[in-house]
Design a protein around this ligand. Structure first.
Ligand code: KMH
Ligand code: ZN
Length: 270
């Protein structure tokens, strides 16, 4: 069976240490959680940055520091979030790719996002896609709803994205698709041939959605950005614990966990 690329979304933009004290926010804490996630089976780390006060930031200096610290601690592939946080303007978010991570997210559509608004204006998305192509930063296309896949395919048709495409199907954000098997099956059927894809399940759907994705042959993501709990009432002890659980599910489904070299090949980064 095809090896599974596991990604750890280490911290996200929303939660605070008050929600779960193990949530990493400083560059050193983020690097330490990246190392723990890699040791547990993650070949990719999805990284949001926080400033000194713990708020989401798109500061390039912080990005370069975090990327360097993670590189010192482990060989995991780094995927920077250009989603950053709901209050950060798109133009600031887009600048993060100038630090040339191996990968970065590309959010292709605007949407309601829980109680906030996630602004991804079409023209700015096109510019960012083009710039990522110039810099050789692989876009991970974030699909929160069915029309987002069509918007991504339009970018591809317009020559702004290169093969192999890489999709994340995100289920369970209020404002996007709810986390149901039929929503996952519907979108999975529409993933173009040859594309890499992973499943992200938010909150209580984290384990079930990622488990279904692995059973369908997809890659999968977990981590404190996606869920702060291992089960109802039991806070996660760290990203490593969540990744170890996902690795066990993957291996039980006869999907060996991809190491960094295998992940690079599968994601077209070699
Ligand atoms: N920042 C959130 C609104 C990404 O990482 O690119 C969405 C997000 C996506 O986290
Ligand atoms: Zn994110």
């Amino acid at each position: 069976m095809k090896p599974a690329v596991l990604t750890a979304a280490l911290t996200g933009p929303v939660a605070t240490k008050a929600d779960n004290p193990v949530l990493p926010t400083t560059p050193e804490e983020i690097a330490s959680e990246a190392a723990s996630a890699w040791e547990s089976g993650a070949s990719v780390v999805h990284v949001h940055l926080r400033d000194d006060t713990g708020r989401p930031t798109a500061d390039l200096k912080v990005a370069r520091r975090v990327v360097a610290l993670i590189g010192d601690r482990c060989p995991a592939l780094i995927q920077l979030s250009t989603g950053v946080g709901l209050d950060v303007p798109f133009s600031e978010r887009a600048r993060l790719v100038e630090s040339r991570p191996a990968m970065a997210t590309l959010n292709v559509c605007s949407m309601s996002f829980a109680s906030g608004e996630f602004r991804n204006p079409p023209e700015e998305v096109r510019h960012l896609a083009a710039r990522m192509g110039e810099l050789g930063v692989k876009p991970e296309l974030e699909i929160y709803d069915t029309g987002h896949l069509d918007a991504a395919m339009q970018l591809y048709a317009d020559g702004l994205l290169q093969d192999p495409l890489q999709f994340s199907l995100v289920l369970g954000v209020r404002g996007g698709m709810s986390a149901t098997p039929s929503n996952l099956a519907y979108l999975a059927d529409r993933i173009p041939d040859g594309a890499a894809w992973q499943v992200i399940g938010i909150g209580r759907s984290n384990l079930s959605m990622t488990g279904m994705g692995l059973a369908m042959g997809a890659n999968a993501r977990t981590g404190l950005e996606d869920t702060l709990f291992v089960k109802k009432g039991q806070p996660a002890a760290g990203n490593g614990q969540l990744v170890r659980r996902l690795a066990r599910v993957s291996e039980a489904l006869d999907r060996p966990v991809a190491d960094v070299e295998k992940a690079k090949r599968q994601l077209g980064l070699a």
